[in-house]
Design a binder for this molecule. Sequence first.
Ligand code: KIV
Length: 300
Amino acid sequence: MSITTPRDGRSSAAPSNSLTTKVTMPALAEMKRQGKPITALTAYDYATSRLVDEAGIDMILVGDSLAMVVLGHDNTLAITVDEMLHHTRAVRRAVRRALVVADMPFGSYHASTREGVANAVRFVKEAGAEAVKIEGPRVELVRALAESEIPVVGHLGLTPQSLHRMGGYRVQARTADTVLRLRADAEALAAAGAGALVMEGVPREVAAAVTADLPIPTIGIGAGPECDGQILVFHDILNLTFAPHAKFVRQYADAAALILGAVEQYREDVEQRRFPSDAESYHLPEAVRGAALIPVGTRG
Ligand code: KIV
């Protein structure tokens, strides 16, 4: 058993004013207009989402990267709608302020627009997502989602669900043709009603041009500093991926070392009988000790 402070009993150290105002999709657009950088991070469970939210991050993406960093798959392709819903619900329960965006997994919107809308509705209705993210220039689907009142975040550039088509995780849009294609796709997604656009693994100059082109915010990952916002994977910034990190990742802490050290210390304490101490034990009231503690079988 572990006791978690209920939602209403959060620490009074929580920041106030703009850091407590609920973030919405229109609020992200307003941040772009005001030139305020948008902060975004992935998260996949209650405890970490709660910390990410309390740290004042504007947008939390329940990314399908959870297939890799939480579930140990080699890529993002295997994760299902039901698994994504399960994690999105946990995040939803933790988050008060940030915009909660659910990633639509591979196969959940590829067969038809109708199926894509039906699955997106599940993320909103069954898991409390406030927006969904879809990969690729799926203009018709974005329009249908916008018409269905579902805010949508597009995702262009290195789209991990296209792993096999791309032939690996490679920086995209490096030729004049592909840059022009990406810019046209970005414009089309914005015109179709996307509320924001993630750009992943594209040259800084390309992301800067798209950011200047679009009326909606761009959120970069491996796309340079000119984007309207930045997103990274939670496990990457905390050294929890068991792999060398990509060039665009900045590691902010070593949670792996912290957790390993704490767990080893706990194991040693148990092995050396240093845990639990008397203070960490419950005690029988004095009045019942005598009779109750006579060894079994010696009672008359
Ligand atoms: O699933 C994911 O983590 C993403 C990235 C944009 C961070 O899609």
